[in-house]
Design a protein around this ligand. Structure first.
Ligand SMILES: Cc1ncc(COP(=O)(O)O)c(C=O)c1O
Length: 442
């Protein structure tokens, strides 16, 4: 069979780049497909180098809330790059974006910018440890907080099923440990993960038990307030409040990793949506308007421990990059448009309601909160990592490929969220629903 240009490009990339990709899930191994190579994207539409068009529900893993190449964001970033792409010296753009973040996210009083979500989480954890003088971190199975050594424990996202190369079979059988240390990655020393505890999400009793034993050694609980890296898993009623109460009781820092949910579930993110204030928050994806920017922020008394004020070291050559700041500012300004989130919510709910109707009785679960959703091929509700990994990942892989064949690009893993953007048109959503119906009924 004739190879597509994407297949040829992938072969060539594989000669020079390990696995042909610069981030593992992009290889599409867990869905048994070969990656598309993209030439351009606009709104909700990707065009690959074979000139095939796809309605995109991955959106650079949740980055493009306004769709690809939004004209105002493009203009802001092009204007910025013309003035120089990096100075390593402060700009007022950093203050403007910081102000927008502080005004948007309820618990953030001060914020610092970095270049990736991984960096944001690493820095927030260092701060929490310095603030409490404790070492232990509690996280939840299937949550993903970037690829720093000490966070690759029972990690979600691309770390699921890494064991034998990320095939659907491994994902299903995944206990998510590969290294000698019990980490989710080889190459992580035991000493680096010894201070990271991981327990099931939505199990408040387990959290209480751990705290009764070790509470006065726990620096922080870190969680995605709405986990999206094992697929979307809504928090059980009272779970996030329970975490808040426990952290208050034991003097531990509550960190919400809002790299995905920040600015997506509302201007104030998941913390505004669920009405719980963490002590520290990490942000990424949407905040950089498609450029490498992320942030961590929170209470001033904790943030002011950062150098040069305090003794917690954290730095970055490209932190607060002026092009990323310009794109981020424009992105957040667009969110201030009257009714922005209502429109997104309504569109997403209608889309979800239609799916829910036609998957009834078909052993499929739609987990959806706002514009984030995951379809799990499971007869029973999926409320945690164990349920997610027990779902039929082979069936997901077939579903993904069939949708791709009909021009729909969903997030390419059973353990990821797909996203609806402000740019998806009614027509594109209807076209997607038609494809879904055909594929699921086949
Ligand atoms: C919740 C969460 N935290 C942290 C990260 C790491 O962000 P980055 O890939 O920018 O390092 C991700 C990435 O997907 C994420 O989803």
């Amino acid at each position: 069979m004739q190879k597509t240009l994407s297949e040829k490009a992938y072969n060539e990339a594989s000669e020079f780049i390990p696995g042909g990709v610069n981030s593992p899930v992009r290889a599409l191994r867990s869905v048994g497909a070969s990656p598309l190579f993209i030439q351009q994207a606009k709104g909700a539409v990707l065009t690959d180098i074979d000139n095939r068009r796809y309605i995109d529900f991955c959106l650079s893993w949740g980055v493009h809330l306004h769709g690809h190449a939004h004209p105002a964001i493009v203009r802001a970033s092009v204007d910025a790059v013309k003035r120089g792409s990096s100075y390593g010296i402060p700009t007022t753009a950093e203050t403007l974006l910081a102000r927008l973040v502080v005004e948007s996210v309820p618990s953030i009083r001060k914020v610092r910018f970095v270049s990736s979500g991984t960096e944001a989480v690493m820095s927030a954890i260092r701060l929490a440890r310095a603030h409490t003088g404790r070492d232990l971190i509690l996280k939840f199975d299937g949550c993903y907080h970037g690829h720093a050594d000490h966070l690759l424990v029972a990690a979600g996202s691309g770390a699921v099923g890494i064991r034998a190369g990320g095939t659907p079979d491994d994902a299903a059988s995944s206990a998510t440990t590969v290294g000698r240390s019990g980490a989710s990655s080889a190459g992580v020393p035991e000493a680096f993960v010894r201070h990271t505890l991981s327990i099931p999400f939505n199990d408040l009793e387990a959290v209480k038990l751990v705290f009764r034993e070790l509470g006065n050694q726990i620096a922080a609980i870190i969680t995605e307030p709405l986990p999206a890296n094992m697929g979307v898993i809504p928090p059980a009623p009272g779970f996030l409040q329970g975490l808040r109460d426990i952290c208050n009781q034991y003097g531990s820092v509550l960190i919400f990793d809002e790299v995905i949910t920040g600015f997506r579930l509302g201007r104030g993110g998941a913390q505004e949506h669920f009405g719980i204030r963490p002590d520290l928050t990490t942000l990424g994806k949407i905040i950089g308007g498609g450029f490498p920017a992320a942030a961590f922020g929170g209470k001033a008394e904790i943030m002011d421990r950062l150098a040069p004020l305090g003794k917690v070291y954290q730095a970055g050559t490209l932190s607060g990059n002026p092009v990323a700041m310009a794109a981020g500012i424009r992105t957040l300004q667009l969110l201030q448009e009257e009714g922005f989130y209502n429109r997104l919510e309504q569109k997403s709910q209608q889309f979800g309601d239609t799916i829910r109707e036609f998957i009834r009785g078909k052993d499929i679960q739609l987990n959806q909160v706002g514009s984030l959703f995951t379809l799990f091929f499971s007869a029973t509700p999926v409320t945690g990592f164990a349920d997610a990994t027990a779902s039929d990942t082979q069936r997901f892989a077939r579903f993904f490929r069939a949708m791709l064949g009909r021009g729909i690009y969903l997030s390419p893993s059973a353990f990821e969220a797909s996203f609806i953007s402000a740019a998806h048109t009614e027509r594109q959503l209807a076209q997607t629903l038609d494809a879904l119906r055909l594929v699921i009924d086949k």
